[in-house]
Write a protein of this length. Structure first.
Length: 324
């Protein structure tokens, strides 16, 4: 029986924990229905201050870090809330425990923003990882020693797994079931939970929400200039003419504050505008290109696919509501 330690972190996302328990319980039920012993033994691992937050987990073993013993697989759920630095700080007790578990042979898997806690342990340094697409900038800036793969749905590197946001967690669980059990059971579980097994990227779920609370007023002014002038500006130089600073100075400060170059920021602003037009209007692709600040259809298509992972037409087919 595989010992699975599910961390009940402070401020865990209840939906994340519930989904993990539901899927692994379903796997165990499959074995029971076939006259076999449950495949996974699920242990809820808590630190001294973590609470159940109103959830009922009586059917599972609840163990403190000191009581837990060696696990075969450690699962780190997503966090509930956007203050991820605080989430890490409130769960520091788990870090040495995770390091010790990995050192003794356990595999570790983080779901969505749980990757922040896993990365804080240092175990992701030099390894590939992903997280929720909208937390990409915060993750890459906080953990520069991780080979960050923001478009990936699931990553696997030397016994450590990570997943993207929300439903990507199910793809990670299918991967674990495939690796620990077998492919046929993974397909069976995918059918029960109606999971599309072939999704390999999450970039088209992302939304460009650049932060402006970084404290550099000159950069904020530049951000606003780009967001207000992206339709008319031919080049980034047209925008920089409005900024009271040398080009070298603003280029350096902008990258430091936003995590993007000026060109990248302009492109992402334009592509985000194009996404909204594809979702909300019946404009042709050519009209959307022009409204987004581009004048070459080939370039627009290439940049749109680079940023969103699909063509403008495919994006519209996926996200534009169908008429009743």
């Amino acid at each position: 029986m595989i010992q699975v330690g599910l961390l009940l972190t402070n401020k865990y996302r209840l939906l994340s924990v519930a989904a993990i328990l539901d899927v692994f319980d379903t796997v165990n039920s499959y074995y029971k229905n076939n006259g076999e012993a449950p495949f996974f033994k699920i242990n809820l691992i808590r630190n001294g201050s973590s609470a159940y937050e109103g959830a009922s987990f009586e059917k599972y073993s609840s163990l403190s870090l000191n009581e837990s013993g060696q696990q075969d697989l450690v699962l780190i759920p997503a966090f509930d809330g956007s203050d991820l630095n605080s989430s890490i700080h409130n769960n520091l007790e788990f870090l040495p425990w995770m390091q010790q578990q990995y050192k003794k042979g356990a595999e570790l898997a983080s779901f969505c923003t749980g990757a922040f806690l896993l990365a804080a342990s240092g175990l992701l340094n030099g390894k590939s990882a992903t997280t929720h697409v909208n937390a990409s900038q915060a993750f890459s800036s906080s953990f520069p020693d991780v080979y960050f793969k923001p478009d990936k749905v699931v990553t696997i590197d030397k016994g450590i797994y990570t997943s993207g946001g929300a439903t990507s967690s199910f793809h990670l669980m299918l991967t674990l079931i495939h690796n620990y059990c077998n492919r046929d059971l993974a397909i069976h579980i995918a059918k029960i939970f109606a999971i599309d097994m072939n999704r390999e990227q999450q970039s088209y779920f992302g939304t460009f929400h650049p932060a402006k609370d970084h404290g550099d007023e000159l950069v904020v002014k530049t951000q606003l200039c780009i967001e207000n002038a992206y339709k008319e500006a031919v080049t980034i130089e047209d925008i920089l003419q409005q900024i009271p600073s040398s080009r070298r100075n603003i280029v350096r400060r902008f990258k430091q504050a936003t995590g993007n170059t000026l060109i990248e920021y302009l492109q992402k602003t334009r592509i985000e505008a194009a996404k909204k037009l594809l979702e909300q209007t019946n404009f042709s692709i050519l009209e959307i290109m022009l409204h987004s600040g581009y004048n070459d259809l080939k370039t627009f298509r290439q940049l749109f696919k680079k940023n969103s992972g699909m063509t403008p037409k495919d994006y519209r087919d996926k996200f534009k509501p169908k008429a009743a």
